[in-house]
Design a protein around this ligand. Sequence first.
Ligand code: SF4
Length: 375
Amino acid sequence: MVYETGNRTIDDAVERVLAGERLDRRDGLALTAQPVEELAAGADYVRSQLGDDTVDACSIVNAKAGNCAEDCGFCAQSVHFDTGIETYGFLDPEEILEAARRAERDGAQRFGIVVAEKGVSKAQRPGEWQEVLRAIRLVRDETDVEVDASLGILTREEAEILAEEGINHYNHNIETSPNFFPEIVETHSFEDRVATLELAKDVGMDLCAGVILGMGESPTDRVDAAIALQDVGVSSLPVNILNPVAGTALGDELGDSADITTPEIIKTIAVYRLLHPDARVRLTGGREVNLDQDEQHLPFEAGADGILTGDYLTTGGQSPGDDIEVMEKAGMEPNMDANEFDKAAVKARAGDESAEPEEIETAAGTATSNAELDD
Ligand code: SF4
């Protein structure tokens, strides 16, 4: 043992993870019961030993907004809720390319094309499917960012086509534990989501799948969600924190606060790092509204090594330059493996509205309400 927190449960877990052992549900529950500072220290040590002190940034475009027939209780884009968000059909692929170029300029290593839909259906909307492929090809061929997609539930044929087109990660969040999922969504099942993840993996895409914290789930649910993600095998694990939206089921139930405290957020990140030592544990939607500015670096001192930068699906995020400041405060640097960008220029643009290219304003940031990376 080269490092000790003095807490036997944590030190034992750290040692076993570094020896290549996969921790299980029992370990996750035991770790969740430990003090947050020691847990964060153990997780940070594992991250430092297995990672490279970089934070991987991704960015997304909401390529088709609103009018989704599903009833996910957190989502401003569902037709079941009256949230007043801007809705639009699939964007012009050239507009998506412009959003990708801005993400590339701002330091993203990967760029996700996201639609608000149970699934983009090649059979039911063949024209739209072709536009999706055109957008993927444009971003793939014209930028250095890796192209990811979040297009909902897939058929095998659709998954095979996306893999052939070079989709790097397929994003499809499981949201929460199998047990708690039916409390949040009634129109499709947890198993539907896992089936698409398994299909995407089977055809060769890496998986980006994660959770939303603060929806009323228990600490046990948080561990169970991480174990479900172990079973499917994710290489990117986005951790959203609910940004409750008035008009959604959870917004009306919880008011304007997610049902989770800052120590519980830090603890969950640390446990996820220990349960997923090889994945990028990625801070995503809701972090700015649920963590104070001077707390934002804490997840990166507790095992996190990924971030969703720029705007979210229906809300604006803080500037990518501010995100780099957060990483640096935690002693980390932005990853530049796929896209070597001008870090000084990104930081200089922080808070500078005039730096935003006008022509891509509609791509990712003009609507008003939710903050989830989803589907
Ligand atoms: S989370 Fe996805 S599937 Fe659920 S309502 Fe929102 S857009 Fe639709």
